[in-house]
Structures are given as C-alpha cells and as structure tokens.
Design a protein around this ligand. Structure first.
Ligand code: S3P
Length: 446
C-alpha cells in the first residue's frame, strides 16, 4: 500500500519516459520470426514485455539483454525464421499481458507443434474468442481449455503437410491485438489475408512488418481500415529497431502538468504515431497548453518532444465535452487518466463508444467510476463509458487498483491535486508498464 498527499509545487524539468510497450512486444516477436539477429534499443523492461521475452525464449529463441552507458535497455534477438521455433517444454505463461497472449496466439496457431498458453487471473478472464474465431476460420486448431472463451488456450498446431489459409475478415471491434494476431498467422497462410476494422486501431504491427520486408498494404476506407498481408511465406529480414517513449506512460505526467499550477514539463522522444496520440488532441480541445517539437521518425514510428505548460482546463464551453467514435481507439489506454483530469474540469465530460474498457486488465469503467466517486466526484457508469460531472472539490480516498497499472498511475496523479491522504492499495502493479513510475513522480515533485 502507498500513501500519497497533495503537493503544492509545480511539476517542472525534463523527462524521458520508458520505451513503448506495444512496440517493444512486436519488436521481440518480429525479430524472432526474422532471419538473423535484430538489435532493439530502448526496449521496455517491464512485466508485460518480460513475459514476451520469456515466452519466446521458451520457444527456443536466444535473446540477450544489456544496458548501454546511457541506461537504454538493448535486446538482441537471434531470429530463426518463420519455422525456427521449438515446442515449449511447458505452458507459455503470459502474465498480465493481453498483447503477448493474443499476438503470440497468431504465431502459435501456425506452428507444426502443440502449445498451451495462459496468464494471471486477469488474463484468464479476458475474452479470447475474438482471436479464436478468426484464427479457426484460417484453419487453426485452438481450444479454450475450460470452454469459456478464455485462457488457458490449447493449440494443436497445424497437421503435417497442412497449412493455414488466408482470410478476408471483418473485425467487429477496432482491436490492434486481434488485427495483429490475424496478420501474424497470415504470414504463414496460403493466399492473402485481409483484415477490415471499423476504426483505425494502433498500426505498429503493420509499420514494423513493412520495415522487416513483408509486403503489407494499408488503406483507410469509408468504413474504417483495411490491412492486407500479401506474399505470405516471404522471409523477414533482421534489423535494428529504436523504440520511442511510450505516449501511454507519458500521459500520466502530461496530465500532472495540466493539473498542477505553474508546471512546465518537457517530455523527450515520445512516440506520436497518429493511431496512438488521441490524448494530445483531446487535451488541447480541453484547453491544455501542449507543444510538439523536434518531430522525427518519418513514415515509420514518429516521435517528438512534448512540452506541457500549465493552463486552466475548460473542457467544452457550451454543452458537454464528448469523447467518442473513431477517436476512442487512439486513446483507449489513456481514458483512465483523461477521466481523472475531467473530474477537475468544471464541465460535464461524456466518454462513449469505449465498451472495450470493460475487458482490459480490469473493468476500467467500473474501476474509474468507483475511485472517482470515492474522491467525491459525481460520475455515471454508462454501458459504453461514463459521464463525469467535473469541477467539484475532490478529496483523498482509498483507491482500489484491481491490480491494474493504469488505474494505479491515474489515481496517483489525482492524489497530487486533492486535499487529504490518498492510499493506493497495490502500487506494485505499475511494474506491468512503468516500473520506475513512483521514483520518477517523486523526482519531479520534490
Ligand atoms: C494493444 C492494443 C490495445 C491496447 C493494449 C495494447 C497492443 O488493445 O488497449 O493496451 O499492443 O496491440 P486492443 O487491441 O485489444 O484494443
């Protein structure tokens, strides 16, 4: 348990947040699938990404890790090509990581050996039919061990002489994990694989597959997006990858600077891929003073420095401030901290079309509403989001994280701006994505 108090100082200085979690997972996976040794700099050495490294080691991939003199985590992955994996000796354990579970499923479905995959209690509750269904349509043989559509997952592997077949799949939800699982299986399929989604979800798999040499096409359509993997079976080429800072981790400190008067914070080399940076759009609309400079990275993974200077947020001047529609997938992981900020803004904020939050590490709609209520905020839990009646005076509370890293970090930021003491029941869950979060918070606030 951790106790936090209001602070009366601004948040100032410079910060480099750890590497992007989504890109770190993909870097290990695609490097394992490639021929040759890839070098990944700026890898996120956190619980979720360590789960990916451990799983791929169990599949026979040699992975070395070291730190540079500047403290960056460097990982060398000795890829063995599409068919270089070995059957794991036991169950592949994915911990708390949905990305490890679902993306690796796309690879395991195509292997000529069987596998069993499971994770912690949260993972064993999260929906897996969303990948079982399309992968089964491609010819994969996958079962949910307890027949409940969740982990443990049992993969029979493809029969000798058999192969997966490409599909043309309309994904009902905008989910990068589902899209990526299908595309990764598509690398092994006979025929092209095409995934349509109702709105653009994060595109890191496509961007990185292209960089590794895969023939991948992407189109924005009227309905959403279409991504195709062509010429499956072509080898991937090992490469050097530098991972930008994670905007989802930066979000907590961006929010802190928006909350604490006189703050002026510079976040260096943060990923600003447009499929991830919806939070910047929303905060600017709410009145935040955010400038993005030093943009680099071009067509691959763009990154930039983000400067946040305190400015009083106003939300929407007339009527409720609404976050909905195609914007939602671009800020889905930031909704806990956006909801916290909204509680301080004298305006009604409506978050809609975010039902996916119900099936994240915990039911985040329920967790956010419960904790905001405990702090004295008036909030409605609606089916696909929430309505936050912001601007009331909030107070410290006992925060229940439900083991969810982003709930812990979002309410730790809230604690800095409310009277009285706040307790976070399980602060160690931040290790999932940001192991040094509290050290950094202390450094920037004292
Ligand atoms: C992720 C995709 C998102 C996101 C998750 C990471 C990824 O989930 O919420 O934290 O790395 O692909 P969905 O794809 O299920 O929306």
């Amino acid at each position: 348990m951790l106790k936090l108090q209001r602070i009366h100082t601004p948040i100032t200085g410079e910060l480099t947040v750890p590497g992007d979690k989504s890109i770190s997972h993909r870097a290990v996976m695609l490097s394992a699938l490639a021929d040759g040794t890839s070098e990944i700099t700026g890898f996120l050495n956190s619980g979720d990404c360590i789960a990916t490294v451990n799983c791929f080691r169990s599949l026979g991939i040699e992975i070395e890790e070291r730190r540079t003199v500047h403290g960056a985590h460097v990982v060398n992955v000795h890829g063995q090509g599409l068919y270089g994996f070995k059957k794991a000796a036991g169950t592949l354990y994915t911990g708390n990581s949905g990305t490890t579970t679902r993306l690796m499923a796309g690879i395991l479905a195509a292997q000529p050996f069987s596998s069993r995959v499971t994770g912690d209690a949260s993972i064993e509750n999260r929906p897996m039919m969303r990948i079982i269904d399309p992968l089964t349509k491609m010819g994969a043989r996958i079962k949910s061990e307890h027949d409940n559509g969740c982990c443990p997952l049992l993969f029979d592997g493809v029969a000798p002489g058999d192969m997966l077949t490409g599909i043309n799949y309309h994904n009902p939800v905008a989910s990068a994990q589902v899209k990526s699982a299908i595309l990764l299986s598509g690398l092994y399929a006979e025929g092209d694989t095409i995934v349509h989604e109702p709105a653009p979800s994060r595109n890191h798999t496509e961007v990185m597959l292209r960089a590794f040499g895969a023939d991948i096409r992407h189109e924005r359509t009227h309905a959403g997006t279409t991504t195709s993997i062509l010429h499956p079976g072509d080898p991937l080429r090992a490469m050097k990858i530098t991972i930008p800072g994670d905007i989802s981790s930066a979000a907590f400190f961006i929010a802190a600077a928006c909350l604490l008067p006189d703050s002026d914070l510079l976040l260096k080399r943060v990923g600003i891929n447009e499929t991830r940076s919806g939070i910047l759009t929303v905060l600017k609309q709410m009145g935040a003073d955010i400038t993005v400079t030093n943009e680099k990275g071009g067509a691959s993974e763009p990154y930039a420095d983000i400067r946040v200077r305190y400015a009083e947020l106003h939300g929407s001047p007339s009527g409720p401030f609404t976050i909905a529609g195609k914007l939602v997938p671009t800020l889905i992981d930031e909704l806990p901290i956006i909801a916290v900020l909204a509680a301080f803004v004298p305006c009604i904020t409506v978050i809609q079309n975010a039902e996916e939050l119900r099936v994240k590490e915990t039911d985040r709609i329920a967790a956010i509403c419960e904790n905001l209520t405990a702090m004295g905020c008036n909030v409605d839990d609606i089916k696909d989001g929430m309505v936050i009646y912001g601007g009331d005076k909030l107070h410290g509370a006992n925060i229940k994280t439900y083991g969810d890293h982003r709930i812990a970090m979002a309410f730790a930021i809230a604690a800095l701006a409310v009277d009285g003491e706040t307790t976070i029941d399980d602060e160690t869950c931040v290790n999932i994505s940001y192991p040094r979060f509290f050290e950094t918070l202390t450094r920037l606030t004292t």
